[in-house]
Design a protein around this ligand. Sequence first.
Ligand SMILES: Nc1nc2c(ncn2[C@@H]2O[C@H](COP(=O)(O)OP(=O)(O)O)[C@@H](O)[C@H]2O)c(=O)[nH]1
Ligand SMILES: [Mg+2]
Length: 318
Amino acid sequence: MSFFKRFKNKDPVALSKFITFVENQSKDYQKFLSRIYPLTGNAYRIGITGPPGSGKSTLTDKLVKKLSSEDKSVGIVAVDPTSPFTGGALLGDRIRMQTLLSLKDVFIRSMASRGCSGGLAKTTKEVILVLDAFGKDYIIIETVGVGQVELDVVDNCDTTLVVFTPESGDAIQTMKAGLMEIADIFVVNKSDREGATRLVCELDSFLDLRREKGKASKDGWGFPVISVQATHNVGIDSLWEKIKQHKKFIQDNGILEAKRKVQIRSEIKRLMENRIKEITEKRVDEYMDIEETVKKVLAGEDDPYSASERFLKVAKLL
Ligand SMILES: Nc1nc2c(ncn2[C@@H]2O[C@H](COP(=O)(O)OP(=O)(O)O)[C@@H](O)[C@H]2O)c(=O)[nH]1
Ligand SMILES: [Mg+2]
């Protein structure tokens, strides 16, 4: 049977192979992606972000079990250099996540984010597409909340959860990182610990302003704050309800479609930019003696502005 046929027939081995193929950016992988593209667009993407140790993996584990119990198929993509999926530093967590592997219709892929600007591994978007084409109902994307990464996540997700913990300083730190701007649902995890109630109040009062603003327009989302204990499976049902509410909300208000448009637009631009960068690098090697130019600039005989323009013209890129 052909590889595609097996993929279409939901053969998990074909899925796994396909993902590796894409991750390695093997020859003609983009052709394969364009071939499966018509099958995409049905998976719902949930982003889970927040500081390391806040309980994202534990929460993912519990959510996936919940989804599974409702007969939904799930793909998990974990992009986290410290993630138990990749490093193995946190053995306990790795074992915990492995319990998911025995569930039917759950697929886990972890990707290292190191060395890739923006934090999301370079081919994460493609991996998400493959899972989508394969027919996953939901794709959960876990990523550690450090800086720019979250913006990438939100670009690719339909509902974004930000996980906080009562540990002091958490909320303030995360606010700085801009997490408040990107979250649809605020999760206070480890509510078995002291300070959880206070954190919920803090978040609530912080969000009140935004909620008020939302009320002025018909499509105001309530930005809920949900208190959970991932390890003890407390609050997971309400969290799942909120996710479904948000899904319905963005579907009913045309927000999902708008998000998808933004995703597609940035995807087309990203692909073109990557390609142009590739071409530029190749042409620079071909047409330009960059070391010689550097020397001249240093000696005051040339300048970077005219040198770059000149070379782009010589290389027929301008
Ligand atoms: N007390 C408590 N600990 C939790 C809870 N959820 C997760 N943890 C613990 O927090 C640690 C980090 O969890 P993990 O899911 O790996 O966090 P991640 O780095 O955000 O993915 C682990 O030791 C978990 O057992 C919770 O609700 N209460
Ligand atoms: Mg994790």
